[in-house]
Ligand binder design. Sequence first.
Ligand code: CO
Length: 159
Amino acid sequence: MKLIRNSLAAIFVLASPGLVLVSAPAAAADAAACKLEITGNDQMQYDKKELSVPASCKEVTLTLHHAGQLPAAAMGHNWVLVVTPDLTAVANAGMGAGLASDYIPAGDKRVLAHTKVVGGGQTTSVTFSTAGLKAGGDYSYLCTFPGHNALMRGKFKFG
Ligand code: CO
């Protein structure tokens, strides 16, 4: 009986550090998976056609780099998250909002998240909650600078 009890204790001791070792790197990986980066350029392009985060991300941080040299007034880029069917309507509404409003229509609920507009050499980021997103939903991102969304768009996968 004593032998069995010692064996169980030994198993417990061996198993416990194992659980800690397994869970710590997993948590670190999740945090990294919730951070996204995308780069725009002077050719009116993003460098990625798709971004994805696991549904376990409660918050997502998106960092937008502008690798070009043209100023925001000529070749500005932002990053705007929408449900895919709203993409064209949000692009059109954004056009009318103007650069001072980052080409984002004020109070537009179709805009799920967005960065400000940046010009060449600049970087910006936005952190947003995923509470309103549905895992497996059909989301897209775009640049709402006038005329850019035809080229500057991609799919955002959540979950
Ligand atoms: Co743009």
